[in-house]
Ligand binder design. Structure first.
Ligand SMILES: Nc1ncnc2c1ncn2[C@@H]1O[C@H](COP(=O)(O)OP(=O)(O)OP(=O)(O)O)[C@@H](O)[C@H]1O
Ligand code: SF4
Length: 289
């Protein structure tokens, strides 16, 4: 594992990546043990939230090669990647919010990408080396569920020391938490700091009477207990809200469509904590790859 984290890549290649990512100040990787727990939704809203006041330049990179959902969530379905003199240009939602995804390379959103590890690794390397992000305050990396080739590639190519940290998304059920423990172990092994865990789909607040019901009652204390036991921060809990899915399906930001909802307020608090964590870290140009 140390070999992977240390980046056993040739020096020329490492220098090329270093040069390309020189303008990126902070990198946050979003992980989950299981699929369908709301990781891409969180990545999309983290990018929207950080870019919201227009003051920060944000990049969202979707390395979920076999199931890219970011183009749809960001309202960019059908967009293509453009080549410029300085590399691939991201697709922009706003002037200060650029996105890159394998979805932009597919001729139809229903196309299946059935690739083995080396081809996936090659594409991730190409995304990091050839995309011209320019000066970026935050690079958010949305990953596939689990700990697979894509995760190892990101850690290898970016090098663990270049990543500010990881946010791990889970639901309250034990089956999801079990896999989160594996993600936490993965981060420790490859020396990626853990910013914290987000418990998503954590209860349902009735829009009429505001009463909270536990749809997925945690049997072992949920993410809170797990975080205490493993000495990891719980960044917050986001309730179930059917409007999240509706906004995502329409490619809109739930944070600006339903800003007064309890779920939007939870997301904003969590985004604030991620930002504070990154602010306390040195900008990446001061780090060594
Ligand atoms: N808090 C929530 N309340 C209601 N629906 C949610 C919530 N969070 C996510 N969803 C919905 O759950 C579905 C799965 O979310 P998402 O695609 O973000 O999961 P994922 O973990 O990225 O899955 P995968 O890794 O398999 O792509 C989406 O339809 C999304 O709109
Ligand atoms: S929580 Fe109360 S108001 Fe909401 S649906 Fe149930 S009974 Fe009705």
């Amino acid at each position: 594992m140390a070999e992977v984290a240390g980046g056993g890549q040739p020096e020329a290649e490492a220098a090329e990546l270093r040069e390309r990512l020189r303008g990126v100040k902070h990198t946050v990787v979003v992980l989950s043990g299981k699929g369908g727990v709301g990781k891409s939704t969180f990545s999309a809203l983290l990018a929207h939230g950080l870019a919201a006041d227009g003051g920060r330049q944000v990049a969202l990179l979707d390395v979920d090669i076999c199931g890219p959902s970011i183009p749809k969530m960001m309202g960019l379905e059908g967009e293509q990647v453009h080549q410029s003199g300085s590399g691939w240009s991201p697709v922009y939602v706003e002037e200060n919010l650029g996105v890159m995804s394998v979805g932009f390379l597919l001729s139809s959103p229903d196309d299946a990408v059935i690739w083995r590890g080396p081809k996936k690794n090659g594409l991730i390397k190409q995304f990091l080396r050839d995309v011209d992000w320019g000066e970026v305050d935050y690079l958010i990396v949305d990953t596939p569920p689990g700990t697979s080739d894509e995760h190892l590639s990101i850690v290898q190519y970016l090098s663990a020391s270049h990543i500010d940290g990881a946010v791990i998304i889970t639901t309250p059920q034990e089956v999801s938490l079990q896999d989160v423990r594996k993600e936490i172990n993965f981060c420790h092994k490859v020396k990626v700091p853990i910013i914290g865990v987000v418990e998503n789909m954590s209860g349902f607040i009735c829009p009429k009477c505001k009463k909270e019901s536990q749809i997925f009652p945690p049997t072992t204390g949920g993410a809170e207990k797990m975080c205490q036991n493993l000495n990891v921060s719980l960044l917050g809990k986001v309730p179930l809200d059917p409007q999240i899915g509706r906004s995502c399906d329409r490619g809109q930001s739930f944070l600006s469509e339903v800003p007064d909802s309890p779920a939007a307020s939870s997301y904003r608090n969590i985004i604030q904590r991620v930002q504070e964590y990154c602010d306390q870290h040195r900008p990446q140009e001061e780090k060594t790859i």
